[in-house]
Ligand binder design. Sequence first.
Ligand SMILES: Nc1nc2c(ncn2[C@@H]2O[C@H](COP(=O)(O)OP(=O)(O)O)[C@@H](OP(=O)(O)OP(=O)(O)O)[C@H]2O)c(=O)[nH]1
Ligand SMILES: [Mn+2]
Length: 176
Amino acid sequence: MSPSCKFMQCLQFAARKHANQRRKDIKQTPYINHPINVSTILSTEAYINDEVVLMAALLHDSVEDTDTTFEEIEEQFGSEICDIVREVTDDKSLAKEERKRLQIENAANCSTKAKLIKLADKLDNLRDLQISLPVGWQEERRNEYFRWAKKVIDNLRGTNQHLEDRLDEIFIAVLN
Ligand SMILES: Nc1nc2c(ncn2[C@@H]2O[C@H](COP(=O)(O)OP(=O)(O)O)[C@@H](OP(=O)(O)OP(=O)(O)O)[C@H]2O)c(=O)[nH]1
Ligand SMILES: [Mn+2]
């Protein structure tokens, strides 16, 4: 199976939008590696072949973290993908504590497609955290992220056993 023309355009769009952004690690990894990882995890580890999900994964942080608007996404990639991106986008106008609380509270009410992206997003972030501490973070902040992520994941269960198993392996290794 080869990726569709639409999928490749989506990859280009996400790469352009995240072009000047870096991850928080010491190596300043290009940010686009993370949306690519999330889409790849869904394809290779969760066995998802629905391109709507794989494309929404590429776009999942574009509105939250770049100048991308939902209107742009809807115009370029359609309303179904746009609605999924909307579901996985935090409202940055809210205080961080409130955003984190809402992720836990709203997780169970998401669509299955949005839940898949949330599972893969957390899995990639937790893997990064296992490898290294983001610049400026102390050990306690990493532990707090692990504890919070488990609360979000606990409200997403029953969505994809492959991803939930990978996440549980991490929680067993890092939480007591
Ligand atoms: N582990 C890790 N995370 C990094 C790194 N660079 C950037 N991030 C991003 O940081 C976010 C987690 O950090 P927080 O302090 O909790 O959130 P904040 O950036 O919104 O303030 C994640 O956002 P997110 O994808 O929107 O997910 P989430 O906020 O739903 O967890 C993650 O993608 C890195 O090097 N390692
Ligand atoms: Mn993300």
